[in-house]
Design a protein around this ligand. Structure first.
Ligand code: SAH
Ligand code: SF4
Length: 358
């Protein structure tokens, strides 16, 4: 096993300026890692050799290497990333909008991307439909390992600027179960001289730890939240998400109502649709009732089957009927287009495929 060091991505610019003297060197190094994609201290041409040697004793530049990569026909790229201790996790590069050019080749709409990041290796929540849950919980990611996912994917796709990038915390793990490192990563992403990805462009997806939703809300960071609801009654939700026993639907709805939300925005409710489990109109009806007093938006997700799962992918007709019911009853509702359906799309699937039984 390799020695594990903190990485340069673990620090805000201010923290680096305290760690590295003279502080203007810290600023230069910040530029090297976020704008020139330096992968090692050797890459940093204008930094004195002695300082680089000193820093290399204590820190690594990037704690991640790309262990595997799968590209889908729709432009989605799924990465298996390896950390210093040999553990792996996934991050996904999603192309949300194509670049559009006029007849003269001038770009009038830049391409838009979303990067989906992991926050843990494994997960404690144990959802019965989720492959990540199968291997149990291994460890939290550090803030640097969360930040480095975005830098590594941007670098690999030669994406030079920071415009048109959104971050969703929807990879492996439960972000709110790693709250300290999550909030540190949110701050580092916001750094003006770093990636400059504001909180409004970051969405934290949670399986619904209601006390932690409150905690995140109290910090008032300005991030969006997405709630993985998946069921409208506690019995089914507890079957799908065992920790629903401790954080039931009512407690989540109450926590969402307390969460500070930009007046122009809505809270996203993710609803994983599973055949013959939660795909009926009676469930849609309950969902409308449940979200009555919330500025909500519902995102329906097709369950993506994998070998050994007891659940099935819903029929398209049922999915569409569910969506129509919600829309006809005043809710905004989209169906998540199954990006990367031809690769190992749902979380945990590339890891499982590469490493076998987890
Ligand atoms: N732990 C957080 C963060 C993301 S989990 C949460 O649960 O919200 C990753 C996402 O993948 C969740 O939206 C989850 O619903 C979805 N997911 C997990 N297994 C899936 C599967 N087999 N098919 C489709 N989506 C799945
Ligand atoms: Fe964890 Fe989210 Fe998977 Fe549930 S769906 S086991 S909370 S990663």
């Amino acid at each position: 096993m390799n020695e594990t060091k903190l990485s340069l991505f673990d620090f805000t610019q201010k923290e680096l300026m305290e760690l590295i003297k003279p502080s203007f060197r810290a600023k230069q190094i910040f530029g090297w890692i976020y704008h020139q994609y330096a992968q090692s201290f050797d890459d940093m041409k204008n930094i004195p050799k002695v300082l680089k040697e000193e820093l290399a004793q204590k820190f690594v530049v990037n704690p991640l290497t790309i262990a595997n990569k799968e590209e889908s026909s729709d432009g989605t790229i799924k990465y298996l990333l390896q950390m210093q201790d040999g553990k792996t996790m996934e991050a996904v590069w999603l192309k949300m909008k194509d670049e559009l050019t006029d007849e003269d080749g001038h770009v009038f709409q830049e391409a838009k991307y979303t990067i989906c990041v992991s926050t843990q290796v494994g997960c404690k929540v144990g959802c019965t439909f989720c492959l990540t849950a199968k291997g149990g919980f291994t460890r939290n990611l550090t803030a640097g390992e969360i930040v480095a996912q975005v830098v590594t994917l941007k670098r690999d796709n030669d994406h030079k600027h920071n415009r048109k990038i959104n971050i969703v915390y929807m990879g492996m793990g439960e972000p709110l179960d790693n709250l300290d490192n999550l909030t540190k990563a949110i701050e580092i992403f916001k750094e003006e001289e770093g990636l400059c990805i504001g909180a409004k462009r970051q969405t934290v997806s949670t399986s619904g730890l209601s006390n932690k939703i409150d905690k995140l809300g109290e910090m008032d960071l300005g991030v969006h939240i997405a709630i993985s609801l998946h069921a409208v009654d506690d019995e089914l939700r507890t079957e799908l998400i065992p920790m629903n026993k401790a954080h039931n639907i009512a407690s989540i709805i109450e926590a969402v109502k307390r969460f500070p939300i930009d007046t122009r925005k809505r809270v996203m409710f993710e609803y994983l649709v599973i055949k013959n489990k939660n795909d009926d109109i009676a469930s849609a009806k309950k969902l409308v009732k449940l979200l009555t007093d919330i500025k909500a938006k519902v995102n329906l997700i097709y369950f993506n089957p994998y070998p050994g799962t007891p659940y099935d992918r819903p029929l398209k007709a049922d999915m569409v009927a569910f969506q129509e019911y919600l829309i006809n009853h005043g809710l905004l509702c989209t169906i998540r287009d199954s990006k990367g359906i031809d690769i190992s799309a749902a979380c945990g699937q590339l890891k499982e495929k590469t490493e076998g039984e987890i």
